[in-house]
Ligand binder design. Structure first.
Ligand code: FEO
Length: 409
């Protein structure tokens, strides 16, 4: 059976592929509803543009749709908004079939093009301000880097008011009814996609939204999931909200947040956490809170890490390592922006006590500012040692409030 051809605007067609069976995407995402690799074809009075391709294994459906709409000799442009293989998988074959077509990529995509294809692929660069014409159709390019790779760009089909947004506004949600007003309720997938893919780059999301803002957008054509044609401003508004909202209220009260996360076997690291928190909280302008990592959900870890101005992580040392909940906490940073928060580590230990140093090194790798060496105490803290915990918390809090010290980066 021939694949369906679905117009998304006048002379603009969906030519992507559906992947209903995929259940994990890019290792970090669960895809209960499958996904799609969206690509589009624009027919103008002077030729055709192909907007992105698909994952290589899905090339057959892509080429079958494309061939129902045009001859390869008609293709003047191939636009790749993002070179990740789920969108560039059919590029080399398409260029072989359409040798006259000109490949358009962003400036930041050049190195990736070479790294991905290991051969000289001719290309032209597009940045904000560049446009291409298909006669009666004009495509304007917008530089929207780091959404979610450095190479990402968007484009806008002026006459039909279609925004080709790349991965931005995508959802891993397979539904061949295609349009947001016809598919099932994909709200969870839209939010989950933002959280997993775009949230680490939310400052870049806000920059992109500024470029999208003046556009009169009738349809958003993302690279995954439903095409968004019902009140596109709703989706822009959601991204704006999620990229700028505070999840905790302390900042509203003019306070900086310092979070002490700990794991404790025999309440020794917990005793340290309590005094560190008290010390930190004694500093004007700081609100300090402590969290037992063995009972903290991952989603709460992510929110707390994002909102905290400083984090202090404590773990005992077991078999020469920090314990898993502490590593799980720091692994959540892959969903967040690296912002130079203040960090510190501590822990009670029995023999060797490597955990605080190991966590300290991990924080360094995550680009935290590290003003103090790790604080380690052998087994049960003495009153004097607990006093040093209090002072440690105070010092980290004062630095968070702006006290100047020499700092590791
Ligand atoms: Fe859908 Fe970042 O590729």
């Amino acid at each position: 059976m021939l694949p369906s051809i679905v117009p998304i605007a006048s002379d603009v067609y969906f030519i992507g592929a559906f992947d209903p069976k995929i259940r994990t995407f890019d290792i970090i995402m669960k895809t209960a509803n499958g996904s799609s690799y969206n690509s589009y074809l624009i027919r103008g009075s002077e030729g055709v543009a192909v907007m992105d391709t698909v994952k290589k294994e899905f090339s057959e459906a892509f080429f079958a749709r494309l061939e129902r709409l045009c001859g390869y000799e008609e293709i003047r442009y191939i636009v790749l908004h993002h070179l990740e293989p789920d969108h560039s998988g059919a590029l080399i074959e398409l260029m072989a079939r359409a040798p006259e077509a000109r490949l358009i990529i962003s400036g930041r995509a050049v190195m990736m093009l070479k790294a991905l294809f290991k051969e000289d692929v001719p290309f032209e660069i597009a940045n904000t301000g560049k446009s291409i014409s298909l006669g009666n159709k004009t495509i304007d390019f917008l530089s929207t880097p780091f959404l979610h790779w450095p190479d990402t760009m968007s484009s806008y089909l002026r006459e039909e008011k279609v925004l080709f947004s790349g991965d931005v506004f995508g959802s891993h949600y397979y539904d061949e009814r295609l349009f947001d007003d016809q598919v099932g309720d994909f709200s969870y997938a839209f939010k989950y996609y933002y959280d997993r893919i775009m949230r680490p780059f939310k400052s870049y999301v806000l920059q992109a939204l500024k470029l999208y803002e003046p556009l009169d957008i009738a349809t958003i054509a993302p690279l995954h999931g439903p095409v968004l044609r019902t009140n596109p401003r709703y989706y822009l508004g959601k991204y704006a909200q999620w990229s700028s909202e505070a999840k905790f209220r302390k900042h509203e009260f003019g306070k900086k947040m310092l979070s002490v996360f700990y794991v404790s076997s025999y309440e020794n690291t917990q005793a340290m956490a309590e005094r560190i928190t008290e010390g930190a909280d004694s500093v004007a302008g700081i609100v300090a809170s402590m969290y037992d990592l063995t009972s903290l959900e991952e989603s709460n870890m992510i929110d707390l890490l994002e909102e905290s101005d400083a984090i202090i992580v404590g773990s005992p040392t077991i078999n020469g390592d920090a314990v898993k909940p502490a590593w799980d906490l720091l692994s959540c940073m892959c969903f967040l922006e690296s912002t130079g928060k203040v960090g510190a580590t501590f822990g009670s230990y029995g023999w060797t006590g490597e955990a605080p140093e190991m966590l300290h090194e991990r924080l360094r790798g995550l680009k935290f500012r590290l003003p103090q060496p790790p604080l380690k105490i052998k087994l049960i803290p003495t009153p004097k040692e607990l006093e040093s915990c209090y002072m440690y918390g105070r010092e980290i809090a004062e630095i968070t409030m702006g006290k100047m010290v020499e700092m590791e980066l």
